[in-house]
Structure formats: structure tokens, C-alpha cells
Design a protein around this ligand. Structure first.
Ligand code: PDD
Length: 296
């Protein structure tokens, strides 16, 4: 069965899909993206992902290429054509095509929109009991990490370091010794007295949609939370650690820099949160609504 991509108004064979050589995304990484998880043929948390997409675009003064409704329809059609059941839809929007010049083009360009899909096994089906290992790396990124920019070089270098260390993820650490986030995931620990800790969502990290939904789930479940930064040392001493992202849901971390977290097994509270997240959000019991925890 052919696989399709969407490029600027057309559904094309994935292998033939291409953008203009002077697309500002290609030349300057002048654009943003979204990864929206798909579970049993349904988008998970579509509303919050679209909110974040609109916000990222507006921070860069790139107009929406289509209305939200039209974006949704294109996504649905691409999923249908690709018979996507589980995995994600990738949306990328750049400022468009213009002769190479750093400043915004004088004559406003038409933003370029591309979409692809990726079929993956369901995370709940593939999760291995061992948990992930992470390695710490210095956070060398810019100061607007809240924008889901396609400029991902530091994240790529961090993830490569992780791979070379035999780890699944890298935790980035700022100049003050605090963990900001993973290369493509948000970072969490559980303290010795059972409190879940994650740093606040500001310009220092990407405001993860999985993070946002998990905060809501935690409220529903009455789980104690501290929104504050935690240091790498504190993470090494933590009882549990985990990460969140659209493609990993809530995944336990069992080793940090080669040292076991707690007893070296996925944490009990982490696994409870993972299950609660899957029940409430992935299986759609709480997914679509806008969460009032947005500001945390
Ligand atoms: N990454 N932090 C960073 C730097 C990320 O790139 C991501 C997502 C997250 C988690 O956000 P969310 O829960 O909305 O997926 C945090 C996506 C999956 C990616 O780049 O592939």
C-alpha cells in the first residue's frame, strides 16, 4: 500500500514528497512542528497540541497556514490514506520560500505546511519492564525552549550522546546544576518521601502536552506534587524517576549516569501514573478538554 505525505495542499507519495530548496525551514530552521500521538486511529490530546502549535507560530510571527479545523481535516485524511492506527502525526510549518536572507522576507511568504505519519507499536504493548537509562549532558540550547522550533541541533547532539552511552535519553542540566528536560521528553522525579517533582513550564523547557495531561491526572488521583526545579544530585538520590512525551507516555527511568535510581526497578508510583495516564488520557476519558493547569 503506498504511503502518503501532505505537502502544501497536496497528498503525494511519501517517497516523492519534497519542499523547495529555498524553504526557510530547510535553510534556517525557521519553523515549528508538532508531534501528535495517535492511538487506535484517534489523535490523543489534539486540542492542547493545536494550542501549542498556534502559540509557537505566533511567537515567531508565522501565520497559521490553515484554520485549525482544516488542519484537523488534513490530518484525518492523511491518517486515513496511511491506515494509521498507532504512532504519531508529524506537522511542520515554516515561514515559507524566499531568497536567502536572515531577516523576515519583506513581502510576506506563504507558510509551508507538511505532514507525515509514522506507524509505531502501541507504547503500552511494547514497554519493557526494565525502564530507560539516561545520561546527563550540559544544556547548551537557546533561551526560548518553550517554542517547538524545528531547530533541534543541541537535542540531536544530546540524544546521540545518550545512544553512545547505551542510554535511551539524555537529561540536560543547566549552569546551576538543575535538570531542565530530556532531549525530547520532560523530566520528573519522586522524592524519598513520595512527592512527585517536576520543574515549572516556562521558557526554560518545552511545555509538554503529556506533562500537562499528567498534571491533570495527578489532580484527579490526588497525588502530591511539587512544581520546582530539581538538581542532578537530587535526581541521583531520588526514589523514582520518569519521563513523559507523546511517544513514550510515562516511562520509568531506572538508571541515571549508570547509577540505579532507587532499587533499580521501575518505581511503583511511576507505574501507577503510567497506568492512570493511559486510562484517562490515551483511552480518552479526560483527553480533549483544556486543562486549567496550563500555567504550571
Ligand atoms: N518531543 N521536551 C522536548 C524538548 C521535546 O521535544 C518533547 C517532545 C517533550 C515532550 O512533549 P510532549 O509531551 O508534548 O510530546 C519535551 C517530540 C515527541 C519529538 O520531538 O519527537
Amino acid at each position: 500500500m503506498p504511503r502518503y505525505a501532505y505537502v502544501n495542499g497536496r497528498f503525494t507519495r511519501h517517497g516523492d514528497a519534497a519542499v523547495h530548496i529555498e524553504d526557510r525551514g530547510y535553510q534556517f530552521a525557521d519553523g515549528v512542528y508538532e508531534v501528535i500521538p495517535v492511538h487506535t486511529g484517534e489523535l490523543v490530546d489534539e486540542g492542547p497540541h493545536m494550542d501549542r502549535l498556534e502559540r509557537s507560530l505566533s511567537e515567531l510571527s508565522i501565520p497559521m497556514p490553515l484554520s485549525r479545523r482544516a488542519l484537523s481535516l488534513v490530518a484525518a485524511e492523511l491518517m486515513r490514506r496511511n491506515a494509521l492506527t498507532n504512532g504519531f502525526i508529524y506537522m511542520q510549518i515554516t515561514r515559507g520560500v524566499a531568497p536567502r536572507d536572515h531577516k523576515f522576507p519583506k513581502k510576506p511568504t506563504k507558510p509551508a505546511l507538511t505532514m507525515t505519519t509514522r506507524q509505531l507499536p502501541q507504547p503500552e504493548a511494547t514497554f519493557e519492564r526494565g525502564g530507560f537509562s539516561v545520561v546527563s549532558v550540559p544544556d547548551i540550547r537557546w533561551k526560548r525552549r518553550d517554542i517547538k522550533s524545528i531547530s533541534l541541533l543541541p537535542n540531536i547532539l544530546a540524544k546521540q550522546k545518550a545512544a553512545e552511552a547505551g542510554c535511551e535519553e539524555a537529561w540536560q542540566v543547566d549552569e546551576d546544576g538543575f535538570v531542565t528536560e530530556g532531549s525530547a521528553t520532560n523530566a520528573w522525579i519522586v522524592t524519598k518521601d513520595g512527592k512527585v517533582v517536576t520543574r515549572r513550564s516556562d521558557a526554560g523547557i518545552l511545555g509538554g502536552i503529556t506533562r500537562l495531561s499528567l498534571l491533570k491526572v495527578m489532580r484527579v488521583e490526588g497525588i502530591e506534587l511539587e512544581i520546582r526545579p530539581f538538581s542532578l544530585e537530587e535526581a541521583h538520590e531520588a526514589r523514582e524517576a520518569f519521563l513523559t512525551s507523546s511517544t513514550n507516555y510515562v516511562t520509568p527511568i531506572t538508571r541515571i549516569d549508570g547509577k540505579p535510581v532507587g532499587n533499580g526497578h521501575p518505581g511503583i508510583l511511576t507505574m501507577k501514573l503510567r497506568k492512570a495516564y493511559i486510562d484517562h488520557v490515551v483511552h480518552g476519558k479526560a483527553g480533549a478538554e483544556r486543562f486549567e493547569v496550563e500555567a504550571t
